[in-house]
Design a protein around this ligand. Structure first.
Ligand SMILES: C[S@@+](CC[C@H](N)C(=O)[O-])C[C@H]1O[C@@H](n2cnc3c(N)ncnc32)[C@H](O)[C@@H]1O
Length: 229
């Protein structure tokens, strides 16, 4: 029997700039003038809020083919399901969010912020597509972020998908990529991390697990920094 949140698909939930800043330990001032890519950005308001704060962010996700009302419908369903499902799980720490109701407020704030910006900006900022391919030039971005897609869905996305996705992310990134979290929904360190490190096709990349002080899903107080050796 599995511990933790059990999902049969990748859900459509979004986080805010404040949450991204905490778990990726982003120095927002230091990122001024840098080009940032948020891969699998979904209904996160990171792109909208960061752009308002003067940062240059592009968001990429499979759902950006869809109209706003369809995204909103799917996201509202997933939010109801997940808020309910995690209520009594032992795999979460509530120090930051305090309660499922408060967590829901963060998620609603994120998707409403996203939807308003998505309607205003369209494809100029929200680029549709499917990993493991990215429709960007080599080295186009200084920093690429991936939040809540890789590692955490280890039971649905296989090793080859992770490897191809990371190679593609590093193709379009001239600086570094950060991936969060690096545990599964069972709060266990992903088994793919050691495989990536020892993979002969990835020896040109360095993988560093960086500790942070943000932990909601248990043991999720680390992100993965990927850079070139
Ligand atoms: C849990 S959401 C994370 C959203 C956002 N990064 C955050 O942390 O708030 C996962 C996102 O991954 C997207 N996704 C799933 N598979 C994908 C793929 N192969 N290529 C691009 N996006 C994908 C989904 O559409 C969804 O928006």
């Amino acid at each position: 029997m599995k511990q933790g949140l059990v999902l049969d698909k990748v859900v459509l939930l979004g986080r805010t700039l404040d949450e991204y800043r905490r778990y990726f330990t982003l120095d927002l001032e230091g990122l001024r003038g840098r080009k940032i890519l948020d891969v699998a950005s979904g209904v996160s308001s990171f792109c909208a809020e960061a752009r308002r704060a003067g940062l240059r962010v592009t968001a990429f996700d499979a759902i950006y083919e869809l109209p706003a009302d369809e995204i909103e419908r799917r996201c509202a369903t997933d939010l109801d399901h997940v808020t309910d499902a995690i209520r009594d799980l032992k795999t979460y720490r509530w120090d930051f969010y305090q309660s499922p109701e408060n967590l829901r407020k963060f998620r609603e704030q994120a998707y409403r912020g996203f939807l308003a910006d998505y309607c205003a900006q369209g494809k100029a900022c929200y680029v549709p597509g499917l990993l493991p391919k990215l429709p960007f030039r080599d080295g186009e971005f200084d920093l690429t972020l991936v939040s809540y897609l890789l590692f955490v869905y280890e039971d649905q996305l296989d090793y080859e998908f992770h490897k191809r996705s990371l190679l593609e992310i590093m193709r379009v990134t001239c600086g570094e990529a950060r991936v969060y979290p690096i545990v599964t929904f069972e709060a266990k360190r992903s088994s793919y991390l050691d495989r990536l490190r020892s993979d002969r096709e990835l020896q040109h990349l360095a993988f560093e697990e960086v500790r942070t002080d943000f932990e909601f899903l248990l043991n999720s107080n680390f992100y993965l920094r990927v850079s070139r050796r």
